[in-house]
Design a binder for this molecule. Structure first.
Ligand code: FMN
Length: 199
């Protein structure tokens, strides 16, 4: 396998092929075409992702998670990528349950290797149906996951993409996001910050 030094893994936390998926692909395409990143996309859509059972098998055995489901593909990708972009639709003012479950299941990776995420670079993206529907809270939850796992957190910075990429679909899914030029600009700002860590 050829090692990809600058692999950016985009994870979509939406169960639909709509606004969030479009936004994550937009980010990956921008990073690849403009800045030469290797990219990979993974979505929760149509995946079987079981809840963490808190059985502590991962802590006791240090062999990963006892659950055998579609997380098995993602574990390898998460280990390989240096750059992470977690994207979520806003559900009830926060990240989706699907993405939260992915995060919970990452406990098994950290139990096996406490440094597994250390010094990776992480950014966040959120898509709400409302203009202020909880995007910043969803982003914050993603950034907290990063911080907890020693991932270096980046945003697009002050004056536009303060905590990360924030988008407004107006509940029109992909079509809404395609028209959200301000939101797409926040994605570009976040990716421009990521490139500062590129080798
Ligand atoms: C269960 C549920 C809860 C939602 N809660 C919110 C919310 O709190 N704030 C908001 O702005 N939009 C909310 N929405 C709307 C979605 O965030 C919005 O339609 C978004 O575009 C969905 O992402 P998608 O286009 O990738 O499917 C909710 C949608 C669902 C299904």
């Amino acid at each position: 396998m050829v090692e990809k030094k600058n692999l950016l893994l985009g994870i979509c936390g939406s169960p639909r092929k709509q606004g969030t998926e479009f936004a994550v692909h937009y980010a990956l395409n921008y990073a690849a075409e403009k800045f030469g990143f290797d990219t990979e996309f993974w979505s929760v859509r149509n995946k079987q992702i079981n809840f963490c059972l808190h059985c502590d098998y991962c802590i006791r055995e240090k062999k990963g998670c006892i659950n055998k489901d579609d997380m098995k593909d993602l574990y390898g990708k998460l280990e390989e990528a240096k750059f992470l972009l977690f994207g979520t639709p806003i559900f009830q003012g926060n990240l989706s349950g699907q993405l939260k479950t992915v995060m919970d299941r990452c406990r098994a990776m950290v139990a096996k290797n406490p440094d597994v995420f250390k010094n990776k670079i992480g950014a966040a993206l959120a898509v709400g149906g409302d203009r202020s529907g909880g995007q910043e809270i969803g982003i914050r939850s993603i950034l907290d996951f990063y911080q907890q796992n020693h991932i270096i957190v980046v945003s697009g910075g002050a004056f536009g993409a303060n905590l990360g990429a924030s988008l407004w679909s107006k509940d029109r899914g992909k079509q809404g996001i395609e028209k959200d030029e301000e939101g797409l600009k926040t994605i570009r700002k976040v990716i421009k910050r990521l490139i500062e860590f590129k080798e």
